[in-house]
Design a binder for this molecule. Sequence first.
Ligand SMILES: [Fe+2]
Ligand SMILES: [Fe+2]
Length: 290
Amino acid sequence: MRLCSMRQLRNLLSSGLELAGALCYHEGRIQTCIRETERGETMALYAIGDLHLHFQTPLKARAQRKERVWKNHEEKFRRNCAEFLRDEDTLVLVGDHSWGHRLEECEDDLRYISDLPGQKVLLRGNHDMFWDASKTEQLNGLYAGTLFFLQNNFAAYQDYALVGTKGYTFEGPFYLNARGRIIGWDEKAEVHAGKLVERELGRLRSSFEAARAAGYRKYIMFLHYPPTSILEEESGFTAIAEEFGAEQVIYAHCHGESRFHDSIQGEKNGILYNLVSGDYRKWVPLKLLD
Ligand SMILES: [Fe+2]
Ligand SMILES: [Fe+2]
């Protein structure tokens, strides 16, 4: 592994060398961590979300205590990673990493993640209280060479930019009639959600723009929240994905069977959408690219 500037990276890319394990981050300037590969060596990009680790903190979620799929889930996931991932692969963890609030309460959870095979790229989830979005560069400094925190920046995988942000959707409360039909919702909460969506759209755009400014034209887009609100088929997030020509949109947050179909899955307008929450995936990371 070595660090190089974007100018050096462009020279290397044009030299015809095969490169692997590229990671970029903003720290005043973009740095890129790359490795030259043996000819013919293969690598893969994987994703999963919602590990909800709790090595240092009390377990708060009822489902996580009761449902069979969550029993020893960290051990199941560790075994699956050992089976499917190699050190040259990249694993994107799509948010809700830890139940800890402060970074000191998440250190064991982050160590568990860093000990998994491959390069690890982390996205913010709504439960990741340890990660203040404005302090992402500090986290990237603290975990340099171990974990990469994706926020207002991008990571690189081969000639793809991995871009993303937490995202946001309106999740109610909805009011139902006796037949279970939606007849209204909390309009104040909807206005508040709209503001959060706008902020996240700005963060997503800045991630895409950082990647485009660095010369990338192929994108995989990651959101923690689903790309649309329940029952909707498009949003500002799907619009940005289409504007930049993202090939895939990967999201998590929807766990528990009743939420697995909250948003788009499969191909829509030329983009492949996939939910990768851990319980949905039964703790097997989804392979996105070879
Ligand atoms: Fe979650
Ligand atoms: Fe979540």
